[in-house]
Design a protein around this ligand. Structure first.
Ligand code: FAD
Length: 431
């Protein structure tokens, strides 16, 4: 530890300046609280996760960012298209067939370096203090209570920051869940993703230009094809590791190129452009934290839970949990009460959304599942599935799940997420 360490006192400390951290920071700063955001990287920084879904609109609106998004050069997304294994495209599903055309029904494909910068600048403009290139190394505790963090600058200098509440918004690295042994996996969703960027890939004309395309490959694997500005396309494949690495192929570029051959639509569209040459691989990223927090600590965004990316729910959940956490912590600061019980409702709300989305993700990966069959036998299911896929996740979907269970089995809710109360490990109510 550096002997020149100084102490800094804040109303709230936020670990990570990604979408969840910057949205929580913006809300708290707007209420006039003294908020410190500690971010390891120097923004703008690269990040995967580029497609928004319609119900990201509400948190963006709460953050006051809709006008900036409308003025931005981010490609407008009006629809999703599914491509069968033989390369045949479904009709585009247009969000405006169900939602207001001027708001929720149009969303965006973003470049994360730019989108995350926009969010972090918004937090700064509202008064949050952001320090970049500083890594949180440790939580400071007094008994069971988290009272701040110990962080290290690039220079090696170590600093302690103190606050009655710390928000862990560290993303899928899950700073707290890993250190507290709270991280749990979702075994059935242990997929691998391999991706790259193409310039000049073919895109459809008019409002179909910004469609997200989900194209199937064997073994319930799938490609994403996400058009971005400057003629770039984010394109990746997700499947079981043993399928993607069959015959001993392990190199991300070779994996990717082999899978292109598995779907005629992807092959044809990519043949019009060229890869930028860099290939990325990530494995087993789905995770759930056993607890949403404890006294003086709250987990937000991917640090709380991250689902398979098939339905692009990550940013919606990061912004939703970020804004919800901001509101909860504002109330806690006013009440001067950071006891874990306060976070029970936050955890219930976020877990409800995750569990609903998770059921659809499980269904998607079950070879016996077909949206068509489900809708043919229960016409109301079309609207319900659309709502859930669009991110309207805090609703009672019990009738839909009961119906889908006639075709495939769906997972029960995971009995986790509630705050940890005291050293005894007692739960403050199941989330
Ligand atoms: C393959 C793949 C595809 C995806 N596709 C989509 C998609 O199409 N649409 C979608 O909505 N989502 C998608 N996602 C998910 C999306 O990327 C995440 O849900 C989203 O980034 C979560 O935001 P966050 O703020 O919680 O975490 P992050 O965006 O990861 O931000 C966390 C921040 O914390 C910082 N940090 C971490 N540790 C520390 C530390 N110790 N000290 C200081 N700072 C720290 C990091 O530098 C980072 O900036 C995808 C994810 C994957 C893996």
């Amino acid at each position: 530890m550096n002997s020149g360490m100084n102490a800094n006192h804040w109303d709230a400390i936020i670990i990570g300046g990604g979408p969840s951290g910057s949205s929580a920071a913006a809300i708290l700063a707007e209420y006039g609280h003294r908020v410190l955001v500690l971010e390891r990287e120097k923004f703008p920084r690269y990040h995967i996760g580029e497609s928004l879904i319609p119900f990201t609109y509400q948190p963006l609106q709460r953050l006051g960012l809709i006008p900036k998004m409308k003025r931005s050069h981010f490609v407008k997304k009006y629809s999703v298209v599914f491509i069968s294994r033989n390369g045949k495209a479904s009709e585009p599903f247009y969000f405006y067939n169900r939602y207001d055309r001027d708001s929720v029904a149009q969303t965006w494909q973003v470049l994360r370096s730019e989108f995350d910068q926009l969010l972090l600048d918004n937090a700064r403009e509202k008064g949050a203090h952001v320090i970049e290139e500083i890594t949180v190394k440790e939580l400071l505790r007094e008994g069971d209570r988290v009272v701040g963090v110990r962080a290290q600058k690039k220079s090696g200098e170590t600093i302690e920051y103190r606050a009655p509440i710390t928000l862990d918004c560290s993303g899928k690295e899950a700073f707290t869940a890993v250190r507290n042994g709270w991280r749990t996996k979702d075994p059935y969703l242990s997929k691998v993703a391999v991706w790259t960027y193409y310039k000049g890939s073919k895109r459809e004309p008019g409002i179909d230009e910004g469609a997200t395309t989900v194209a199937y490959v064997p073994e319930k694997g799938w490609f994403w094809h996400i058009p971005q500005h400057d003629d770039m396309v984010s394109v990746g494949v997700v499947a079981e590791g043993k399928y993607l690495t069959r015959d001993g192929v392990r190199d991300p570029e070779q994996i990717f190129k082999r899978e292109i051959e598995q779907n005629a639509w992807i092959k044809e569209h990519l043949s019009h452009g060229h890869s930028t040459g860099q290939y990325y691989l990530i494995s087993e990223y789905t995770q759930h934290a056993r607890h949403c927090g404890s006294e003086g600590l709250l987990l937000v965004g991917d640090a709380f839970a991250f689902l398979d990316p098939v339905f692009s729910s990550g940013l919606m959940l990061a912004l939703k949990s970020g804004t919800a956490a901001g509101e909860e912590i504002h109330k806690a600061i006013l009440a001067r009460d950071f006891s874990p019980q306060r976070f029970t409702e936050y955890a219930r709300y976020i877990r409800e959304g995750i569990e609903n989305m998770r059921k659809l993700v499980y269904a998607f990966y079950d070879p016996k599942f077909s949206f068509k069959k489900v809708i043919e036998t229960r016409p109301e299911a079309a609207g319900e599935i659309t709502d859930c896929l669009s991110g309207d996740v805090n609703k009672d979907y019990t009738p839909l799940w009961n119906h889908i269970r006639q075709f495939v089995s769906l997972p029960d809710d995971m009995a986790l997420g509630g705050p940890l109360v005291g050293a005894s490990g007692e739960l403050a109510g199941k989330a």
